[in-house]
Design a protein around this ligand. Structure first.
Ligand SMILES: NC(=O)c1ccc[n+]([C@@H]2O[C@H](COP(=O)([O-])OP(=O)(O)OC[C@H]3O[C@@H](n4cnc5c(N)ncnc54)[C@H](OP(=O)(O)O)[C@@H]3O)[C@@H](O)[C@H]2O)c1
Length: 380
């Protein structure tokens, strides 16, 4: 195990149960890797993907949980969060996903601090679009994509991110009160000033994607996509393929539910500021009596493929299309390494077909988000 190549270690290292059964050798090797700043080139995940004209690591890092409590996981300290960002880069992650709304502001501040020494070697993605007071960080609960507001937000972002440009700027939600043409116009102005290099949309529907892309080509669309929610396979993903736009699945581990620690007996905090899953219909105790079948399927296949459930879930997403780059979120080095190991998990065409057949036999019950939040998504 100690002599195993680091890429194999990444693949198996996060498999806590297996690692423990190996007498802790794998655990300590992973812990050492995570602590050290010196990571040799063979420890990095070499594979890269194209999102439009951008080249990114096949797996990015979702940084929402570095700026606020998420899914029952307390927000890490600034120091811990910054360290995680640097560990991700040390292991080959070159795609970082944040947003003004994460905190608000704190996730961007973490990114700014974390990426300073390797800013030019990564793709930094962030998002505007919620109505957030730029001084106080107070949210009205609504959206705001008015051009003047976008420009003000971007100036704040650049300060927090300690940079002079944003590589990929998404509209977080389509604003029904501001035509997409006006939003695209604001982005074009920001591009002329060199403050924004590429743009994207999040949770947008097919029509908006087409309209926006015709005015200013989109680099990526970000929408929820995981084994738990595959709604975009029939609308947004085919449009991205047709137009040459990258697709970035958010919550690729279904808010942690596919990472191996959730089952039908799991109960989530009722307070959504601590764990959003507590108010999500698909995670109620009743829904989970049915939905656990998916989790069991993932576990069965993870055993077959000698990987962890998280790796199986992420590898499956990457196996769907070459222009898909998931951004699993984590606040922990050991989970980061587990997730990066997905890069080594490959499926044959027969395996994909068989898995798909078993997957489609399972009906997922319950909405992916509470209705009030879902109403902000154009693509439901
Ligand atoms: N565009 C949008 O509207 C939108 C919405 C939501 C999210 N996002 C983006 O997508 C990113 C990822 O989505 P997400 O954070 O909602 O969900 P996710 O990536 O599906 O799951 C994150 C959760 O899984 C846990 N986890 C991750 N890897 C694990 C592992 N190997 N083993 C055990 N637990 C693991 C994390 O806890 P630990 O911290 O304990 O690892 C965290 O609670 C976000 O960070 C954000 O950048 C975008």
């Amino acid at each position: 195990m100690v002599n195993q190549s680091k890429r194999d270690l990444l693949k198996t290292g996060g498999l806590t149960v297996l690692a423990l059964s190996l007498g802790g050798t794998a655990v300590s090797a992973v812990a050492n890797t995570a602590k050290s700043n010196k990571v040799s080139s063979q420890d990095k995940i070499p594979s890269q993907r194209k999102l439009g004209n951008l080249t990114v690591s096949s797996l990015g890092l979702g940084c929402q949980g570095l700026g606020q409590n998420m899914y029952g996981v307390p927000q890490p300290s600034r120091e811990q969060a910054v360290r995680l960002v640097r560990q991700a880069f040390d292991h080959g992650v070159t795609f970082f996903d944040t947003a003004e709304a994460y905190g608000p502001f704190e996730s961007e501040r973490v990114m700014g601090e974390g990426i300073k020494s390797f800013r030019d070697q990564i793709v930094l993605a962030t998002k505007f679009g919620w109505d957030i007071d730029q001084q106080t960080g107070k949210r009205t609960g609504g959206l705001n994509s008015h051009p003047e507001h976008i420009k003000q937000v971007v100036d704040g972002m650049l300060k927090r991110l300690q940079t002079d440009r944003i590589d990929l700027l998404y509209q977080h939600r389509v604003d029904p009160n501001v035509p997409i043409e006006e939003v695209a116009g604001a982005i074009q102005d920001l591009m002329k000033q060199g403050k924004v290099l590429n743009w994207g949309l999040s949770e947008a529907g097919e029509k908006t994607i087409r309209k926006a892309h015709a005015i200013q080509p989109l680099t990526a669309v970000q929408s929820e996509y995981s084994l738990f929610f595959r709604g975009r396979e029939k609308d947004v993903i085919p449009v991205c393929e047709e137009l040459g736009i990258g697709f970035v699945p958010w919550s690729p581990l279904a808010m942690g539910a596919l990472a191996g620690y959730v089952d039908e007996n799991s109960r989530f905090e009722a307070d959504p500021s601590k764990d959003l899953r507590g108010i999500i219909p698909r995670f109620t105790p009743e829904a989970m009596q049915q939905n656990v079948k998916l989790i069991q399927l993932v576990q069965k296949w993870a055993k077959r493929k000698l990987c962890t459930p998280a790796q199986l879930s992420l590898a499956w997403l990457m196996a769907q299309k070459a222009f898909i780059a998931p951004i699993p979120g984590t606040s922990k080095a050991r989970h980061l390494l587990d997730n990066l190991g997905a890069d080594d998990v490959k499926f044959t065409a027969e395996e994909l077909a068989q898995f798909r057949q078993e997957l489609e036999a399972i009906e997922i019950v319950g909405l992916r988000l509470p209705e009030a939040i879902l109403n902000f998504s154009e693509a439901k």
